[in-house]
Design a protein around this ligand. Structure first.
Ligand code: NOJ
Length: 609
């Protein structure tokens, strides 16, 4: 499950439920990368995304350029210097397309434009050109599972049973309300159709509350929605849907975007027999029965679609990338999303086990297991690890003990940036911005926080405005009223203050990022866990690469000093001495041997001789 609610409720909101252009046309439509970006691509072997640090931006919350209290695309453009100086290679922008904003952009009503509150298509093109000038690529969020109910496709589809788009969404007549297999939950959703009283065809529940089936009078039928009822699921069994969606992806690829983060991608297909999901007992924060999603999530059919999508992406130059929002139960399931050994599906399905897995805790054995599985059980494919996003309580609060949060956040940054994986982070994580939940129901913006209050307070807490300075409104906006309030922590946790403090979390991130960028061993060296019997210290070796020495990383994940002999020989590396490359504990700067004492929560990174 995703741990977003661990501190608040036992519900499993985002759990496993989320679980060709011709060469001439391309030359005309694909902006050439500027010298900066080209240089970065050529510095090291392999496609750019293998060594990237990808930074998620929630556009409402990053920078407001026009004083309306909501972030926008021009705001992102204004902050490109910061992103470049921090060492970010690519930004993933959460949906900025026209949308009724029921799910803050994840309900898209037009896939080929920009929502006026975020700017215009011309603003997007300016951002894209300026980002490339800063050596930063843009990844867009692509929501393929569902559209907004205000999208023209759905409006047409819902208008009758005979219109040209009648089969673009998942429609069903329902079943007789007095039938043998109908339960009380289904009966709550009784409607009168042409054949009398009917209920939804099965027990499927929306992740955001209530039955997953919504009645439409004009068709006298139900449609299926995995998320809000304003987010009807597309019918991916209809080839016209695939074509239309691939066309929208081409629209942005032709404008030069570097790839897509595919929203809720395992949810694309549903069981054609519409079988009931098994109930697992009890109810969730929204009061619905808990279900095991085996008929609405991760169906095998999705992989055929993904292989075709990969072929489409591959027809573009400059290594475009497909990243998946893949909450999966284990590493074997994750491997399937790469296409297994064939590696012909997603280049970067997110490994959510490391950052958000079941039993998540700031404990060495947990990270050791999942980092090792990612290294050894993905057929050599590139893992993508991530600890923070716009759907989960921030990692500093999930892993923090309340007393050593800054130190623990430094440890998380160390894992993110020194392990053998592509790294993904979320605005504000580099500062240690805390999750700041609303304290009153009337202040909640995320609808699940309104329907789930007080058990589920929604996702506003991890979406608060970026904290730039200790000045008015944290310099996020000139408006006295911002879409979510600026958290009180902005006076000390902000970019300006942290840049001035050599020991800040932001400067720790910058040092790690710079080291990773410049060091071939950290970029590509094979990763092997060592001292595997330690319950407190996570330690691994990155094997020598490109004539550079091997590197040893040791992180004390406990609140006690840990004395141990680090032993790289079990990773096949014979080392007589060590030299500190980076540490957050001053007393470790002079380390020369592998017999050492790591202070509580300290990170030590050294080269081996
Ligand atoms: C996953 C997104 O990250 C989340 O914010 C959204 O609510 C759902 N998918 C539905 O699109």
């Amino acid at each position: 499950m995703s741990p977003r609610l661990l501190s608040r409720t036992s519900a499993t909101l985002f759990a496993l439920a989320w679980t060709t252009l011709s060469a001439t046309a391309l030359a005309q439509t694909t902006p050439t990368l500027t010298p900066d970006a080209q240089m970065q691509s050529q510095l090291h072997d392999g496609p750019w995304w293998k060594h990237a640090l990808i930074y998620e931006i929630y556009p409402r919350s990053f920078q407001d350029s026009n004083g309306d209290g909501v972030g926008d695309l021009n705001g992102i453009t204004q902050r490109l210097d910061y992103l470049q100086q921090t060492g970010i290679d690519a930004i993933w922008i959460a949906p900025m397309y026209p949308s009724p904003q029921v799910d803050f952009g994840y309900d898209i009503s037009n896939y080929e434009a920009v929502d006026p509150q975020y700017g215009t298509l011309a603003d997007f093109d300016k951002l894209q050109a300026a980002a490339n000038g800063h050596g930063i690529r843009i990844i867009l969020d692509m929501v393929l599972n569902h559209t907004s109910d205000k999208h023209a496709w759905f409006v047409e589809s819902a208008s009758s049973r005979t219109n040209p788009k009648a089969d673009w969404y998942v429609w069903n007549d329902g079943i007789p309300a007095d039938g043998p297999n109908v339960n009380d939950y289904q009966r709550k959703y009784t409607h009168t159709g042409p054949k009398g009283k009917v209920v939804p065809p099965n027990n499927w529940v929306s992740l955001f509350g209530g039955s997953a089936w919504e009645w439409v009078e004009a068709r006298q039928q139900f449609y299926y929605h995995d998320f809000y009822k304003q987010q009807p699921d597309l019918n991916w069994r209809n080839p016209a849907v695939e074509k239309a969606m691939f066309d929208t992806m081409r629209f942005w690829l032709d404008r030069g975007v570097a790839g897509f983060r595919l929203d809720a991608i395992p949810a694309l297909f549903e069981d054609p027999q519409l079988r009931n999901e098994p109930e697992t007992g009890g109810t969730n924060a929204q009061g619905d029965p808990n279900l095991k999603k085996i008929y609405t999530d991760n169906l095998p059919e999705v992989h055929d679609t993904i292989r075709r999508m990969r072929a489409m992406i591959n027809s573009y130059p400059n290594n475009r990338v497909l990243i998946g929002e893949t909450y999966l139960p284990n590493t074997a399931a994750l491997s399937a999303w790469y296409g297994g050994a064939a590696a012909n599906e997603l280049q970067l399905p997110m490994d959510m086990l490391i950052g958000f897995g079941t039993g998540v805790a700031y404990k060495a054995p947990y990270f050791r297991q999942y980092l090792n599985e990612a290294e050894t059980q993905l057929n050599g494919a590139q893992p993508l690890i991530v600890f923070d996003n716009h759907d989960n309580v921030r990692s500093i609060d999930r892993f923090g003990d309340g007393q050593h949060n800054q130190l623990i956040a430094k440890g998380i940054a160390s894992i993110l940036l020194t392990s053998h994986a592509t790294a993904m982070t979320y605005y504000g994580a580099e500062l240690g911005m805390p999750t700041t939940e609303p304290t009153r129901k009337e202040d909640v913006k995320d609808p699940i926080g309104i329907t789930g209050w007080p058990k589920e307070k929604g996702r506003d807490g991890e979406r608060t405005p970026m904290q730039w300075t200790p000045g008015a409104q944290a310099d996020f906006s000139t408006s006295a009223q911002t879409w979510l309030p600026i958290p009180p922590s902005y006076t000390t946790i902000n970019v300006q203050t942290e840049l001035a403090d050599p020991n800040s979390l932001l400067n720790w991130h910058k040092r790690l990022i710079a080291m990773r960028r410049d060091n071939p061993t950290l970029r590509d060296g094979k990763q092997t866990m060592i001292n595997t019997d330690s319950t407190a210290v996570l330690a691994y070796v990155r094997a020598a690469t490109a004539g550079q020495p091997s590197i040893l990383v040791a992180i004390n994940l406990s609140n006690q000093p840990q004395t141990l002999t680090l032993d790289p020989s079990t990773a096949g590396v014979a080392a007589k001495s060590a030299k500190t490359l980076l540490t957050d504990a001053p007393e470790l700067n002079a380390v020369t041997t592998l017999n050492t004492t790591l202070p509580p929560y300290a990170t030590w990174i050294g080269s081996l001789q």
